[in-house]
Every structure is written in structure tokens, then in C-alpha cells.
Write a protein that binds this ligand. Sequence first.
Ligand code: IMP
Ligand code: MG
Length: 181
Amino acid sequence: MTQRPYVIDVMISAKAIAARIEELCEEIQKEFGNTDKLVVVGLLRGSFVFIADLVRELDLPIEVDFLEASSYGDAMESSREVRILKDLRGAIEGRDVLVVEDIVDTGHTLNHVTHLLQSRNPARLKSIALLDKPSRREVEFRSDWVGFEIPDEFVVGYGIDYAQRNRNLPHIGKVRFTDEG
Ligand code: IMP
Ligand code: MG
């Protein structure tokens, strides 16, 4: 696929993300109190930067695991069929689980993943998404914590890609195509 030319405008600065993560972690710590059985589950690949910052701000004894579900492929359109490409390494029965996602868009991915994990009988299952685009929702899904609600814009950076590029930007940027006039 040939890439259309685009530039990236800053939408959320690295500083604003860090400040929001501090707030979110205070709430997460309240929710999970004195747990000693929390598994933080990152959805690959988009959440890898977010989960890294999140767990370093969490003052709880945790384990980290990862799960990969299929999503966009290399295009900008979401696929409705969600497949598990890589499952958790560990069992979560009786454990507290926090699922960490980059963006809730149509809602299909987190809806599917949380149903799947719920069927394994965790003690508690919560989810957190850095970004939420509520106007794009196709299935009803609410994340327990959301970093930022954003409008229907295509974003990159802080782990999030466009055709696998731009994951290493330290901030969230908005993709603006330059061949649209
Ligand atoms: P959903 O299943 O439609 O909610 O899709 C969630 C997934 O779509 C996210 O984990 C992202 O991988 C991807 N996605 C949604 N919006 C964007 C975007 O603006 N930029 C890059 N990836 C996105
Ligand atoms: Mg994703």
C-alpha cells in the first residue's frame, strides 16, 4: 500500500499524558486496594507504551501479561471480526485483572476481549483505555477508566500506529493528510 502524504499535529502532549496517568493510578489503587493478585494485561501492540508508564506509576504488587487481538491490519478501517492472535501466558481464574488498551473505537475489540476473559472467571475484571472515541461506537462498551475522550480523528504516537509507523512519538498526534488541499 502506498502511503498518502501526511503530517502529524500534536493533540495530547507527553506532559498531559503523564499527568493524567498519575490521576488514573490513584483511582486504580483505590479500586484494587490491598490486592496481591492483580494481573495487568496489555493488548498488543498499541498499549505497550501506555502499560509501561502505567505500571511504573502503580504502587501495587502486580504481574504483567499480554494478549494480542486482530484489529485494523494495515488500513484505517476497523474489522468487526476480532480474533485472538496471541493469548495470555497465565491463568486468570480467581485473579484481579486490569485490561489496558490504547483506544476504544468501535468497541468490538474490548467487548470481545473482556467477554473472553470474563469466561475464565477472574475475581474482578476492569479495563482502562488511554483514548476513547465515543462517536465511533458500534457495540455498547464502556471502559472503567479513560484517559482522554477524543473526537473522530485518526491518531498516532505513544504506542499507536498508522500502518505500523509513528508508534515511537512521545505524544498523541493527529494525522492530517496533505493531499486533500
Ligand atoms: P475497536 O475494536 O474499533 O474499538 O478498535 C480498537 C483498535 O483500533 C485500537 O486498539 C487501535 O489498534 C485501533 N484504532 C482505533 N482508532 C485508531 C486510531 O485513531 N489510530 C490508530 N489505531 C486506531
Ligand atoms: Mg489495538
